[in-house]
Design a protein around this ligand. Sequence first.
Ligand SMILES: NC(=O)c1ccc[n+]([C@@H]2O[C@H](COP(=O)([O-])OP(=O)(O)OC[C@H]3O[C@@H](n4cnc5c(N)ncnc54)[C@H](O)[C@@H]3O)[C@@H](O)[C@H]2O)c1
Length: 331
Amino acid sequence: MSFDWKNKNVLVTGAGGFIGSHLVEALLSRGARVRAFVRYNSRNDTGLLSLLDPALLSTLEIFPGDLRDLTTVRTVAQGCDTIFHLGALIAIPYSYDHPAEVVETNVMGTLNVLQAARDAQVRRLVHTSSSEVYGTARRVPIDEDHPLQGQSPYSASKIGADKLVESFYCTYQLPAVTLRPFNTYGPRQSSRAVIPTIMVQALTRDDLRLGNLDASRDFTFVTDTVAGFLKIAETPGLEGQTINLGTGQAITIGDLAHKVIAMVGRPVRIVQDEVRLRPEKSEVQRLLSDNHKALERMGWSPLVSLDDGLSQTLKWMKSHLALYSSNRYIK
Ligand SMILES: NC(=O)c1ccc[n+]([C@@H]2O[C@H](COP(=O)([O-])OP(=O)(O)OC[C@H]3O[C@@H](n4cnc5c(N)ncnc54)[C@H](O)[C@@H]3O)[C@@H](O)[C@H]2O)c1
């Protein structure tokens, strides 16, 4: 029998972000009572949640705060059956300039979520890791036993957070699971990520400025990623596990840019921009997932092909271009 989300109390951290907003939408449409933890600001700005259908939004409980504040995180977690922890500072170039803030948010913030989840005696905590923790592939495809390499402060912070989750499972039997998505893309993603960066420039400029064109990535469409979040929360017996979420197919950034340019149908020149290059040893050259565990342990496999996902994303970007700036490099 499929899991019933109806009237389940669910907390989503990072709810105003790209993946979080899609996850909130999926949970609300399944009848869950969702509490959205968003980073506080004085503009009452709930991030990408403002793009959700107002009827759906009206059923959402919005809770502003900061992951670094344990008291707040404890309060928001009270009474929750499931916690999806997605809140994080995720931009790698930002982590080069602000390593302490990234560690405070991603490591201490996760520790706060773990303590709060333990106090609240949740049924399940889903922690979000990242394929960046593997660093440049030493072997492909990358399974969950691949060595972890902290090639950036962001990656190191995620490794630290993942290890804290492991420790809370081992020490306190906290029913926590770790989902490790490879690159996710789709509508609403900001242009700090490579696919929106390519699309917005290809739609509006004659030259497309990118960093390393030879790096390759395994891209999952956001609806598939959200399906993975739901499966890892629903499937019994996964406590203490870490599970990759990826398609098992990779493409270089250069080939991806050519693909998008062909879809856009304008003559656009690709230019390698020094400012966007990562320090040599920090560059993750290749990521390609082994996704067998996701299939075997929770029945997940990707449904959306790269061509289909890119065309859905491009359609959305064309109708929301005003949200994007094509001239500024966003870290
Ligand atoms: N997008 C990807 O390709 C990808 C791949 C692998 C893993 N992930 C992970 O998935 C999660 C979501 O990523 P995303 O792409 O939606 O990122 P995002 O930046 O769109 O969302 C992250 C959210 O966390 C919030 N946040 C940051 N600091 C906070 C703080 N101190 N207190 C409260 N909230 C705070 C931000 O405001 C933002 O809304 C992250 O944990 C990320 O590491 C993303």
